[in-house]
Design a binder for this molecule. Structure first.
Ligand code: PLP
Length: 387
C-alpha cells in the first residue's frame, strides 16, 4: 500500500462529476423527490433514445425491471424461462419472482453470452410444439420466454436467438443490465429483443444509485408496465384494477441517472480504453486470455479483466488478496446460477463452457475515473504476481 499512499484503486465506482449535484438540488428545491417528477420522464426519454427503442418505463431496480418485463410478456406461475447460467443471480431471481422456473443453458466461448446453438439444441431435443405452445417434454411445462443476457456489454447472436424463438412463438426478453452503449451489427440494443431491461445500480457504468428501465418498441407492454409498477392505479381515488407493485423509480434516482446518461459516450469511450489497455498489456502472456469480444458486436465494456487459464478458483482469490496488499481491488466474476444454493437442481442442459470459464475470471479496476497512471500501476503489480 505504500506505493499507493494508502489509497485503494477500486474495482468500479461511480463518476459523479457532472450535473448530479445540480439536479439533486432541483429535486429538493421543487420538493419533487418521489416517484412523480420531471427527471423520471426525462430519464425514460433519454434511455429510449440512447438504446434506440421507442418506449421506456423506469423502475426501482434492474431486477424489478426484469420482473415487470417477464409479466408483460405473459410469463406465469409454473412456466419455464430459458436463461444462460452464466449471469448475475438477479436474472434467475426475477424469473422466480413470477413463480416461474429458470432453465439454465450454456454460453459461447466467443462472447460469454447465451449460445444460439445450445439454445437450438435444447429446444429441439427437449421440447415439443403443441399448437402455439412450446412444451418442455419432461415436465410438460410451457416455455414462456427466452432471456439472453448482454454480459458486461457483449451481445449474443440476437438474429439467431430471435429466429429460433419466433419459430416457436416464444417472446425474447434481454437482460441488458450493464450494456448501455453496446452495439450489435451496428444496431442499438433497445430493439433487438421484444423487451429489454437495464440496471442503474451503483456499480454499473451509468448509475442512478439504484434503479432500472424497461425499453421496447411495443407500446402496449410499456403501458402495462407503467400501470402495474405503480400499484395498478386507475384514478387518484384509491381505485386499482389489479394486484400491482410499488416498483417505480423516484425522481431523486432519476435526477442522478439523467446527469449520468448525459455523459454516456464519454463513459463508454473510457471503459473501452481501459479494456484496450489491459488487452495490450497482457495479450501475449502465456496462460492468460483476454475477455471475449464477439465479432458481430461492440461492447460497452462494463467490466474489464483477464482469464487466467491455468489456475484454479482458489488462485484467483489469492491473486485478489495479493493485489489488495498493493492497494488494488480486483474480484472474481459471476458464480453460475446452477451452482447457487437456491437453484441447484433447476432445469439445465449441458453447461460445459460455463463450468470452464466462470472460475478463471479476474475482474480488474475499471472505473471511468481511473487515471492512466493507476492503470499502469495495476498492470505492473499484476505482472509481478502472475508472470
Ligand atoms: C446488475 C445486474 C442485474 C440487477 O440489477 P439491479 O439493478 O441490481 O437489480 C441483473 N442482471 C445483470 C446481468 C446485472 O449485471
Amino acid at each position: 500500500m505504500a506505493e499507493q499512499n494508502g489509497k485503494i484503486i477500486p474495482l468500479a465506482v461511480p463518476n459523479l462529476t457532472g450535473n448530479e449535484r445540480k439536479y439533486l438540488n432541483e429535486c429538493i428545491d421543487t420538493t419533487f423527490i418521489s416517484s412523480v417528477g420531471e427527471f423520471v420522464t426525462r430519464l425514460e426519454r433519454m434511455t429510449a433514445e440512447e438504446t434506440g427503442a421507442r418506449y421506456a418505463a423506469a423502475t426501482s431496480a434492474g431486477t424489478t425491471a426484469l420482473h415487470m418485463a417477464l409479466l408483460a410478456c405473459g410469463v406465469k406461475e409454473n412456466e419455464i424461462v430459458i436463461i444462460p447460467s452464466f449471469t448475475f443471480i438477479a436474472t434467475a431471481n426475477a424469473v422466480s419472482h413470477c413463480y416461474a422456473i429458470p432453465w439454465c443453458i450454456d454460453i459461447d466461448f466467443s462472447s460469454w453470452t447465451m449460445s444460439s446453438s445450445a439454445l437450438r439444441r435444447a429446444l429441439s431435443e427437449e421440447t415439443i410444439q403443441k399448437g402455439a405452445f412450446c412444451i418442455h417434454r419432461k415436465s410438460g411445462k410451457r416455455i414462456a420466454a427466452i432471456l439472453p443476457v448482454y454480459t458486461f456489454g457483449n451481445i449474443p447472436d440476437m438474429d439467431q436467438i430471435c429466429e429460433i424463438a419466433s419459430e416457436r412463438n416464444i417472446p425474447v426478453i434481454a437482460d441488458a443490465a450493464a450494456a448501455i452503449g453496446s452495439l450489435y451489427k451496428g444496431r442499438m440494443l433497445g430493439g433487438l429483443a421484444d423487451v429489454t431491461t437495464i440496471s442503474f445500480n451503483g456499480n454499473k457504468t451509468i448509475t442512478a444509485g439504484g434503479g432500472g428501465m424497461v425499453v421496447s418498441n411495443n407500446q402496449e407492454k410499456i403501458k402495462f408496465i407503467h400501470h402495474i409498477s405503480s400499484t395498478a392505479r386507475v384514478s387518484t381515488d384509491y381505485d386499482h384494477d389489479m394486484i400491482g407493485y410499488n416498483y417505480r423509480m423516484t425522481n431523486v434516482q432519476a435526477a442522478i441517472g439523467c446527469a449520468q446518461l448525459e455523459r454516456v459516450n464519454e463513459f463508454v469511450k473510457r471503459k473501452r480504453e481501459i479494456r484496450d489497455c489491459y488487452n495490450k498489456q497482457f495479450e501475449h502472456i502465456e496462460g492468460i486470455e483476454l475477455f471475449p469480444s464477439p465479432e458481430w458486436g461492440e461492447s460497452a465494456c462494463w467490466f474489464s479483466g483477464l482469464v487466467l487459464n491455468k489456475i484454479k478458483y482458489s488462485s484467483v482469490k489469492s491473486i485478489c488478496e495479493q493485489l489488495k496488499e498493493k492497494g488494488i481491488e480486483a474480484r472474481p466474476f459471476w458464480k453460475p446460477v446452477h451452482m447457487q444454493k437456491p437453484y441447484r437442481g433447476c432445469f439445465q442442459s449441458d453447461l460445459a463452457v460455463t463450468e470452464q470459464v466462470w472460475d478463471r475470471v479476474l475482474t480488474l479496476p475499471c472505473s471511468t475515473g481511473i487515471t492512466n497512471e493507476e492503470l499502469t500501476y495495476v498492470c505492473s503489480e499484476l505482472k509481478k504476481i502472475i508472470v
